[in-house]
Design a protein around this ligand. Sequence first.
Ligand code: SF4
Length: 150
Amino acid sequence: MNAYIARMCTSFIDVPDKIAVAVYFAGCSLRCKDCQNPELWYRKNGVLRSLDEVKEKIDSHPLADSVVFLGGEPTDQVAFLTALCQQIVNKERVLYTGREFEELSTSLLEYLEMIICGPYRSDLHVGGWPASSNQRILTKKGVSWHLLNS
Ligand code: SF4
């Protein structure tokens, strides 16, 4: 199984108080107005990577205790995303998505610990985390999801 990946790097800012491996998916069908990453709307701006290749890069990171999926829109390649999340152990799995929580499949939710969801809206920009006030942060405790912001 393969996915279009724009880049993978270390992130100190996308998961508060955590060092994360950031996996940027290439391609986004949502096209939010004033998107900050329009170059990631197109799959051609990424490279086709195999599941094993991406997992190996995550597993071999010497410091990261989290992995964060961003884009682009990771859920546009949901079969790959779900399979990857399923195979990651010993790292918190965090998803940034322009989709709403209610749109995500239960099979994906099962393998995530934190989600920042909703489209970026420049009219609701807050200059903080998350980027616009309509976006929700949810964390999982046991099997239930809880809203972290209001
Ligand atoms: S979901 Fe993210 S990458 Fe896609 S258009 Fe919206 S802000 Fe941009």
